[in-house]
Design a protein around this ligand. Sequence first.
Ligand code: TXA
Ligand code: MG
Length: 301
Amino acid sequence: MDVSDAELARAVEILKRGGLVAFPTETVYGLGANALDDSAVRRIYAVKGRPATSPLIVHIAHLEMIRSVAAEWPDAAQRLSERFWPGPITLVLKKSAKVPPSVTAGLDTVGIRMPAHPVATALIDRAGLPLAAPSANRFTEISPTTAEHVRMSLGNAVDLILDGGPTRVGIESTVLSVAGATPILLRPGMISKREIESVIGPVNSVVQPSSGTAHASPGLHARHYSPRTPFYLLEPGQTGPQGRGLVLQLPHEPEQFAARLYAELRRADEEGWDWLGIESPPQSPEWLAILDRLRRASVPR
Ligand code: TXA
Ligand code: MG
């Protein structure tokens, strides 16, 4: 499970010549390419089957790398980076001219994150390159939280998969825009709105907790992160449809729930049930990001 020096060196070689390397982060596995190499970035979209309208996150290892990626570094970004980086929050900023339009789907902003995983940090640092990386799954599939998930989703389409073991956080990073006058939460994550507001004050939210169809940001499609088996978010006491179904049992703490969720969904999806269900967690702030993912993965009941 540990990544050797020789493997890291090979990964760096692959990235420098425009190849793709899947690597672990603390949230989910990423499918990485040199963010400053347009044709390498285009390969990411091809391998994922991802629409060109869906922008990628650029991963950095230290703050000096910001210069090659962002055109501005507002005070809010400085404060948030001091508090949360390395960690599971992506900041959307005005992009630098060095970042090709393929990375940002033509937007004048770019999402940037400093991941908290030793393999990710070592890879980015040794390559000396910012890495554009979406989650390492095919478009509309559940994000991978193990190297085996990546192998099952992408197989030989990726040049190398670095195995750093199961990811700790388990769901994708919080995405926050600090490119405009008021910060906007674009995708909820385990770093909550409340925690962000304790650092920079009021944050607007385009994420409607009670609606499963909010178009939070380009690429955040309502139905996303789905298993193939029909999946139902069940209110307490509600039952699933007819047929042979499985109601998943997950831990009662949000951190442990998030860490297990995608692996449990993938495993149950392989088992050939008619339907899958999960009992809805509480509507409280610490469950918001999980509820968002469950709503996107589920079909209405
Ligand atoms: O935890 C994560 O964020 C993982 C790991 C690999 O870092 N990555 C990830 O990437 O989830 P992806 O591509 O699956 O999701 C990227 C999200 C999308 O919702 C996209 O719309 C948003 O980030 N995003 C990226 N750049 C943006 C921009 N310039 N403006 C608005 N949203 C942006
Ligand atoms: Mg994704």
